[in-house]
Design a binder for this molecule. Structure first.
Ligand code: PEP
Ligand code: MG
Length: 578
């Protein structure tokens, strides 16, 4: 019988094929008590299984191809550490010895204790790590029960084998690299879960959070995974199947066509050049930015260099080497290095939750840096030193007050003096910009533009702070609206203020990477877009077929409309035919 399930889309595209349902070992373990004389052997059985999984994780890490995203090895390491935690490596042995539980029972009892602890946690990042603990336990259980995850050989032909699971460990996700499965769908997971992160980097259609897909779908049943809409269709009718095959074919042709755009100059129909820049988190991300022809880096989120190091912050040399690696990789194209935007959903250490009642409104980004001037000076010196090797711009996040800009400029002057004293080179003309991501900043531009060389609009936070929506909170995610008239007015005003002051303005929040919003932003006067490299070619395609005078007319109408529903209708009606 045909039915449809709705989940959270995490990786785009359409996959059609037969379901391969992975059983969840944790749901199926047998419970029995072992005889006293069997206790030692049972503990040994558990130890062996744990050791085998640890070895497996080591060998998966050493087999990673050199071009694997760095998250892969970090995830394998995280799973190894979880497994070696006494909660999982010692406590189950106590349960075997004292209560004479069998190894599987002891392990799932500990898993339940861990899950109960996680349920108390409010931090969404930490809460999502519950899935990692479950995945690690699942691996051990599969060994104990002799049902290690068997990844079948994929079928040949046009239709793939699609994985349906209660949850998939990131380590298991790596198997997708070697075997061309078409996609996957899971009962658990959120957009920030590690599995979702790995799926996105593998670029296969995926949906998480389907609640009970693994119970409702039978082995070998036909399924369609629509990773764009987050919809999973089970046992589709021949008409629906045909429709999705066409859609999939169209999407493939579209991707092929897009790839051809990488080396073309980005100009509107009326020949106005537009700069498409990349957002990166790590120096390794420059490879993808180069592949899609990015004109430079519009946002380098340096905080990723500082995160999860358990108190060991990178020194000036380590930072300089990372920043210089990006400048070198971009071979003469500009690199915008954002100073540390730590705090809120990006704490130094994911294991140390913030004490602040409202971390997003607390001591984060430039506020934190100004409170820690020695640490900030170290970063400023490292950025300045990297600027000697290619065009570099420095970007200050989260500014709300003029005095924050003045204090930062003062510290940059101090960092320059310190480098002069050491005889080290830097670009004396280094451009200094500010992020406009707090409504107060968007409304204070007259004074801000006198101090800054460029502006970059961080729409992710601008929307969060304008609409009072915590951007990490699922329960209010439906209210997070880039097309809210208040947001559009602030973005348009900022672009106009930059134009009037004669300084460049870019958008580096997610709005810049949404092809549906490209013409609206062009109509506002935006000429620099910065986004994740995976989005660059789709946005480029929209720009190549945009006519600026038409864009201006639509944008004028949109800005005069106070109603988001009408704004959406206007944008849809004005889209050029595909
Ligand atoms: C933004 O806020 O739009 C932005 C680009 O910065 P981040 O997402 O890192 O906060
Ligand atoms: Mg931001």
């Amino acid at each position: 019988m045909a039915f449809t399930l709705q989940g959270i889309p995490v990786s785009r595209g359409i996959a059609i094929g037969r379901a391969h349902v992975l059983a969840s070992a944790a749901l199926e373990v047998v419970h029995y008590r072992v005889a006293v004389e069997q206790v030692a052997a049972e503990i040994l059985r558990l130890d062996d299984a744990v050791a085998q999984v640890v070895n497996e994780l080591y060998s998966l890490a050493s087999d990673l191809p050199p071009d694997s995203p760095p998250e892969f090895s970090a995830l394998l390491e995280l799973h190894r550490l979880i497994l070696q935690d006494p909660l999982l490596s010692e406590e189950p042995k106590r349960l075997i010895a004292e209560r004479r539980y069998n190894a599987e029972w002891a392990l799932t009892t500990q898993l339940q204790a861990a899950v109960a602890q996680f349920e108390e946690i409010e931090d969404s990042y930490l809460a999502a790590r519950q899935a990692d603990v479950e995945q690690v336990v699942e691996r051990v259980l599969k060994l104990l029960t002799g049902s290690a995850t068997a990844f079948p050989e994929p079928s040949l032909g046009n239709d793939d084998m699609l994985i349906i699971a209660h949850d998939i460990a990131p380590a298991d996700m790596l198997q997708f690299k070697k075997r061309p499965f078409g996609g996957f769908a899971t009962d658990l997971g959120s957009a920030t879960s590690h599995t979702a992160i790995v799926a996105r980097s593998l670029d296969i259609p995926a949906i998480v959070g389907l609640s009970s897909a693994s119970r409702l779908i039978r082995q070998d049943e036909w399924v369609i995974i629509d990773g764009d809409a987050g919809v999973l269709i089970v046992d589709p009718s021949p008409i629906v199947l045909e429709e999705y095959r066409l859609k999939r074919r169209d999407a493939e042709l579209q991707r092929e066509k897009l790839r051809r755009l990488a080396n073309m100059p980005t100009r509107t129909l009326d020949e106005v050049p537009i700069e498409l820049l990349a957002n990166i988190e790590l120096p390794a991300d420059c490879a993808m930015a180069n592949d899609v022809g990015a004109m430079g880096i519009g946002l380098y989120r340096t905080e990723f260099l500082f995160m999860n190091r358990h108190g060991d912050l990178p020194d000036e040399q380590e930072q300089f080497e990372a920043y210089r690696a990006v400048v070198d990789a971009m071979t003469g194209r500009p690199v915008t290095i954002r100073t540390l935007d730590i705090g809120a959903d990006k704490p130094f250490d994911a294991e140390v939750p913030s004490n602040a009642a409202n971390p997003a409104l607390g001591l984060r980004a430039i506020r934190y840096c100004l409170a820690e001037p020695q640490m900030f000076l170290t970063q400023l010196r490292a950025i300045l030193r990297a600027s000697a090797f290619g065009p570099t711009r420095l970007l200050i996040p989260m500014i709300a007050h003029l005095h924050e800009i003045d204090q930062t400029l003062g510290l940059i002057a101090q960092a320059r003096t310190q480098l002069d004293a050491r005889g080290l080179a830097y670009d004396r003309e280094l451009l200094i910009g500010g992020m406009i991501e707090i409504p107060a900043a968007a409304l204070s531009l007259a004074s801000f533009v006198k101090r800054l060389d460029f502006l970059s609009i961080g729409t992710n936070d601008l929307i969060q702070y304008t609409l009072a929506i915590d951007r990490t909170d699922n329960t209010v995610a439906h209210l997070y609206d880039p097309l809210h008239p208040a947001v559009l007015q602030l973005v348009a005003q900022t672009i106009r203020a930059g134009e009037r002051a004669g300084i460049p303005v870019s958008v580096c929040g997610e709005m810049a990477g949404d092809p549906a919003l490209a013409r609206l932003l062009l109509g506002m006067g935006l000429r620099e877009f910065s986004m994740h490299p995976a989005q660059i070619l789709s946005v480029k395609q929209e720009i190549l077929r945009a006519d600026l005078s038409r864009c201006r007319t639509i944008t004028k109408k949109v800005l005069a409309t106070g109603e988001p529903v009408k704004i959406r209708a206007l944008l849809e009606a004005s889209a050029p035919p595909q």
